[in-house]
Design a protein around this ligand. Structure first.
Ligand code: SF4
Length: 181
């Protein structure tokens, strides 16, 4: 598939990634001494399932990796079931292209249930922080709603022989572009 078409169908998704990254950048600045996420800290990097639009984006990035790296990832898919196959030598080989969930992992997110607010973040981070201002929190519901809408729009804009499943395992997502061109 031509790069300009890939770029076009991913525009909304890329804009959304940028908004999430801006938020995370703001948190990183504000809590710079409280965030311990770093290269080699890979406990979050479990096997993922992705929306079609995320699968398409990661596949487009994967196809640009050098062949040797693609082979390493493919071998990892064959031997490991629990870890994300993009985790090689304890680092993500598509870090700048990683999905939304990987960008928000470890940072404070909140969800509302029965009128109560639940806040979650990596226990390694934010030690000694007992509360967060609203602008430091990401609403998990809002993230999901936005991603669902972007995914719906994406699915309407591409043609596939068979409809894409609601969620695509990363082991299949990486090769999605081959299937739909
Ligand atoms: S895509 Fe990258 S950051 Fe996300 S789980 Fe896989 S290795 Fe980790």
């Amino acid at each position: 598939m031509a790069q300009d078409i890939i770029h076009m169908v991913l525009k909304n998704y890329c804009d959304f990634l940028k908004r999430v990254d801006d938020h995370i950048g703001h948190i990183e600045k504000k809590y710079s001494d409280k965030i311990l996420c770093k290269k080699g800290c890979d406990a979050c990097c479990k096997f993922l399932t992705l929306f079609g639009v995320e699968a398409f984006a990661i596949s487009a990035a994967f196809m640009k990796l050098p062949e040797e790296m693609q082979d390493l990832v493919t071998k990892k898919i064959e031997k490991e079931k629990d870890a994300c196959p993009l985790l090689i030598d304890r680092a993500c080989v598509l870090y700048s292209e990683r999905p939304i969930i990987c960008r928000t992992h470890g940072y404070p997110i909140y969800m509302e249930k029965d009128g109560e607010i639940f806040i979650d973040f990596c226990p390694e981070n934010f030690k000694g922080v007992s509360s967060f201002p609203k602008d430091a929190l990401l609403s998990i519901e809002q993230l999901n709603t936005t991603l669902t809408a972007i995914n719906r729009h994406f699915l309407e804009s591409i043609e596939t022989d068979t409809p894409l499943p609601d969620r695509i395992p990363i082991s299949k997502a990486l090769f999605l572009l081959n299937e739909i061109q």
